[in-house]
Structure formats: C-alpha cells, structure tokens
Ligand binder design. Structure first.
Ligand SMILES: Nc1ccn([C@@H]2O[C@H](COP(=O)(O)O)[C@@H](O)[C@H]2O)c(=O)n1
Ligand SMILES: C[C@@]1(CO)OP(=O)(O)OP(=O)(O)OC[C@H]1O
Length: 159
C-alpha cells in the first residue's frame, strides 16, 4: 500500500534567533521564532509524513505546551516521526519540499539539508528533494516577515 501526504508550515523571522532550515544553521541577521528551533522545513516534512499515515500533525505529537520540546532540534522530531511511522510498518518512499523565502539565498545549503533529511528518514539521498523560491517580494514572505515551507511525501507498507 502506498499513501501520499502534504505538510505546510510558517514561522516569523525575528531578531535574536538562529536561522535553521533542514537542520542547517544559515548565517543571516534574523532567525525563525518558535517553541522549538523553528525549522519550518522539517516541520512541513513531519506534517506530510504524519498526514500520509493519518496520524494527525506535529502539534499533536509534540505540543508547544510541553517544556521538553522547548528549543529542541527539529531533526529529533523528524526522527521521532520516522519512528512512529515505522512502528506502524511504514517506510518513506520520497519527499519533495519547497522553502518559500525572499532571503537568504538557500541553494548553497540544499545539499546539506538533503543529507540530513535522508539520514533522519533512513532513505537514499535521491529520495529527497528540497527547492527554494522567493515570492518576488510579494506577501509576508516577500516582505521578509517570515519563511514558509511545504512538503509532499509518499510512504509505503506491505498491506
Ligand atoms: N531563498 C531562495 C529563493 C530562491 N532561490 C533560488 O533562486 C531560484 C529562483 O527563485 P525565484 O523565486 O525567482 O523563482 C530558485 O529556483 C532557487 O534555485 C534560493 O536559492 N533561495
Ligand atoms: C514543534 C513545536 C513544539 O516545540 O513548536 P514550534 O517550534 O512552535 O513549531 P510549530 O510549527 O508551531 O509546531 C508544533 C509545535 O508543537
């Protein structure tokens, strides 16, 4: 059996926070606000995977009212999502994601993001694709107020 999932997330860009995307710390004067490390890309991927398995969303599994997730590295959340899917017999087929950011330029960091995601999901790197786009200075992402990410995935199991 094969299932499809999609995820979408947004975090605000603020001063005094690190910018972490796909588990990569990116030099930039602003970072993403959130309860965790606010890795919007990994959050969208978590939601796509949970959605494919009909297991709810990231907020259900890792509530932002729980202090154990304060400042957490979202790669730990992604690995945890992989583990709960694995318990139900699911393995990941592929993931495709888009980060919507006016700045900074993300292409140089994409290979490292892909390495992290593939490693955390226990798939080959050619099963993971990360893209970046601006919104041509339009909307909240275009004004640099935040960064959005969306992801789709396939998951598989024998029955
Ligand atoms: N934050 C970003 C946004 C885009 N890119 C790369 O630039 C290409 C063109 O972007 P458009 O928004 O003009 O379509 C895009 O395909 C990415 O390769 C980027 O590196 N970082
Ligand atoms: C990840 C969690 C938990 O630390 O916090 P945030 O970093 O605020 O991220 P969000 O995308 O709002 O998702 C769910 C939260 O429960």
């Amino acid at each position: 059996m094969m299932r499809i999932g999609q995820g979408f997330d947004v975090h605000a860009l603020v001063e005094g926070r690190k910018l972490i995307l796909g588990g990569v710390e990116i030099p930039f004067p602003l970072g993403l606000e959130g309860h965790s490390d606010a890795d919007v890309l990994l959050h969208a991927i978590c939601d796509a995977l949970l959605g494919a398995a009909a297991m709810g969303d990231i907020g259900r599994h890792f509530p932002d009212s729980d202090p154990q997730y304060r400042g957490i590295d979202s790669r730990r959340l992604l690995r945890q999502v992989r583990a709960v899917l694995k318990e139900q017999g699911w393995r990941v087929g592929n993931v495709d994601a888009t980060v919507v950011a006016q700045a900074p330029r993300l292409t140089p960091y994409v290979p490292e993001m892909v390495r992290h995601i593939a490693s955390d999901l226990e798939v080959a790197e050619d099963c993971v694709n990360v893209k970046a786009t601006t919104t041509e200075k339009l909307g909240f992402t275009g004004r640099g107020q935040g960064i959005a990410a969306q992801a789709v995935c396939l998951i598989m199991r024998d029955a």
